[in-house]
Design a protein around this ligand. Structure first.
Ligand SMILES: Nc1nc2c(c(=O)[nH]1)N[C@H]1C(S)=C(S)[C@@H](COP(=O)(O)OP(=O)(O)OC[C@H]3O[C@@H](n4cnc5c(N)ncnc54)[C@H](O)[C@@H]3O)O[C@H]1N2
Ligand code: MOO
Length: 422
C-alpha cells in the first residue's frame, strides 16, 4: 500500500498554480495574491486627528490643568476637508476624527475636555480648554502604520477581509490573484437518488454530490457542474466529456473491486489515470491522474466518510496549490490534542478519524463522532465532525487521554504544515 505522503506528493507534483489575473478589489476576496503587494501611499495618508475636538498649538494649552485656557476658534474642519487654516498663538480649529491637522497645530484636545460638550452644536467663536493634553496627543502621523513601499501582503496570501482593508488603504484598486480552480463533481452509483426523493428497496440518497461541492467551495474552488451517473461506463464517459472546461474533476464511487465499478472500467489500462491503494482508513482506494484535456482527475471512494476524508487529505491540498497557496498552508497541519474517548484503529493503515472537537481546560480534545469510530458508512455522524484525528498505522488502540494529532477543518486561519503532511 502507498503511504499517504507519497500519494499526496504525486498529487502535488501534478498540479501548478493557475495563471494570475488582475481583478477589481471588489472581486478579489478569498483568493490568493499572485505577487507581493506594496504600499503605494503611506498609511495613514495624512497627519490627522484621532478624536473629535480642537486642533491646538500645544504651548497654548500646556497650563490648562492649572486654569482653563480660552482659545479663538478660527475654522471648522470636517473629515475630508482640504482646509489648512493658519493658527496664530491662541487660535484653535474645531476638528473631526480623521480630518487633516492644520499645519500650525500639533495637538488635539478632545471635546470632552472643553466647555463645548455638545457635538451637534454649531461651531462657536471660542473654546475653553479645561484639561491639558500631552504634546502631540491624538495626532496620527503620516506612515505610522506603513510607509510607501512597505510590504502589505506577500505572494500566496489569502485575501481575507483584513487583507482587503490593508490593500485598499495602501492605494490599490485592483489585485493580481490566482483564479479559482473550476471543478466538476460526478457521483457514480446506480443506487443513488437525489436528496429528498423517494427510494425503493436498494436505493439511497446521494450524499456525496452536495458534500463534495461544498468542500470544493470551502477550499476556494468554483463548482462548474454537479452530475450523478449510474454504474454505466458509457454514462460516465459522456459526463467526463462534458467536464472539458474544468480544471479538476472529482468522482466518487466505483474505484474498488466491485463488478460494476464504472471508474475502474473507464480507466482500465489507462496510463494517465491510475488506481492506488493508499495506506489510510477510510479512503484506501484512490484513482488519480489527468484527463486528455488536461483536467486533474480524482476518483474518490464512494463511501461518504471515505470521500470526505480523501477530499481533505488529497483534493483540498491540490485546490490550494492551484490557487497559489504557500507550501506551508497546502497540507492541512495537525495540532496536538488528546483523545476524548477510547477507540479502535484499523491494522496497518493510518487512521483518519472524523472527530468532534472541543477545548477543555486549555486542551484540544478529539472524540469520535460515532462509537463505531472511522467506519466509512457512518455518514449520519459526519454532521458532528469539526476535524479529524490522525492515528499512525502502528497504534493498535487509542485510550481516552492519549496524545493525538488533530486536524481542524473549520479553522479560518491557516496553520503551518506538520512533518507528516496530513
Ligand atoms: N472486495 C473488495 N471490496 C471493497 C474493497 C476492497 O478492497 N475489496 N474496498 C472497500 C473500501 S475500503 C471502500 S472505501 C469501498 C469503495 O468503494 P467504491 O469507491 O467502489 O464505491 P461504491 O462501491 O460505489 O460505493 C461504496 C459505498 O458507498 C455508497 N455510496 C457511493 N456513492 C454514494 C453517494 N454519492 N452518496 C451516498 N453513498 C454513496 C455506496 O452505496 C456503497 O455503500 O469499497 C469497499 N469494497
Ligand atoms: O478505505 Mo475504505 O474508505 O476503508 O472504507
Amino acid at each position: 500500500m502507498t503511504p499517504i505522503s507519497d500519494h499526496l506528493d504525486r498529487v502535488l507534483a501534478t498540479v501548478a498554480p493557475l495563471p494570475p489575473r488582475e481583478v477589481p478589489l471588489a472581486d478579489a476576496w478569498d483568493r490568493r495574491i499572485a505577487e507581493p503587494v506594496r504600499a503605494l501611499v503611506p498609511i495613514p495618508l495624512w497627519r490627522s486627528s484621532s478624536m473629535d475636538g480642537y486642533a491646538v498649538r500645544y504651548d497654548d494649552v500646556a497650563s490648562a490643568d492649572d486654569a482653563p485656557v480660552t482659545l479663538r476658534v478660527v475654522a471648522d474642519i470636517p473629515a475630508g476637508s482640504d482646509l489648512d487654516p493658519a493658527l496664530a498663538p491662541g487660535d484653535a480649529a474645531r476638528i473631526m476624527t480623521g480630518a487633516v491637522l492644520p499645519t500650525d497645530a500639533d495637538t488635539i484636545v478632545q471635546l470632552e475636555h472643553t466647555d463645548r460638550l455638545d457635538p451637534l452644536a454649531p461651531v462657536s467663536e471660542s473654546v475653553e480648554v479645561r484639561r491639558a493634553p500631552s504634546r502631540g496627543l491624538f495626532v496620527r502621523g503620516i506612515g505610522d502604520d506603513l510607509a510607501t513601499g512597505d510590504l502589505v501582503a506577500g505572494a500566496g496570501t489569502l485575501t481575507t477581509a483584513g487583507v482587503l482593508a490593508a490593500v485598499s488603504s495602501a492605494g490599490h484598486g485592483t489585485l493580481r490573484v490566482h483564479r479559482a480552480p473550476r471543478v466538476t463533481v460526478i457521483a457514480t452509483g446506480s443506487e443513488l437518488v437525489a436528496p429528498g426523493e423517494p427510494v425503493r428497496r436498494g436505493q439511497i440518497p446521494d450524499a456525496n454530490s452536495l458534500m463534495v461541492a461544498a468542500l470544493v467551495r470551502r477550499a476556494g474552488g468554483e463548482v462548474d457542474a454537479v452530475a450523478q451517473v449510474g454504474d454505466d461506463p458509457a454514462e460516465l464517459e459522456s459526463a467526463l466529456a462534458r467536464a472539458g472546461g474544468s480544471d479538476v474533476v472529482v468522482l466518487t464511487g466505483g474505484v474498488s473491486a466491485g463488478a460494476y465499478d464504472p471508474v475502474k472500467q473507464v480507466f482500465d489500462g489507462s496510463r494517465d489515470v491510475t488506481f492506488t491503494s493508499v495506506s489510510m482508513q477510510p479512503g484506501k482506494p484512490q484513482a488519480f491522474g489527468t484527463l486528455p484535456g488536461g483536467a486533474v482527475l480524482f476518483g474518490l471512494p464512494g463511501n461518504p466518510v471515505s470521500a470526505w476524508v480523501s477530499f481533505h487529505v488529497f483534493v483540498r491540498p491540490a485546490l490550494l496549490a492551484m490557487q497559489g497557496a504557500p507550501d506551508g498552508e497546502v497540507r492541512l497541519a495537525p495540532v496536538p490534542g488528546r483523545a476524548g474517548a477510547d477507540w479502535g484503529t484499523p491494522p496497518g493503515r493510518t487512521q483518519i478519524l472524523p472527530a468532534r472537537l472541543s477545548v477543555s481546560g486549555g486542551v484540544l480534545t478529539a472524540t469520535p463522532v460515532h462509537a463505531l469510530g472511522s467506519k466509512s458508512h457512518l455518514t449520519g455522524s459526519l454532521a458532528l465532525a469539526g476535524g479529524y484525528a490522525v492515528v499512525p498505522a502502528e497504534v493498535e488502540r487509542v485510550q481516552a487521554g492519549d496524545a493525538v494529532d488533530v486536524v481542524l477543518i473549520g479553522a479560518d486561519l491557516p496553520l503551518a504544515a506538520g512533518e507528516d503532511g496530513v
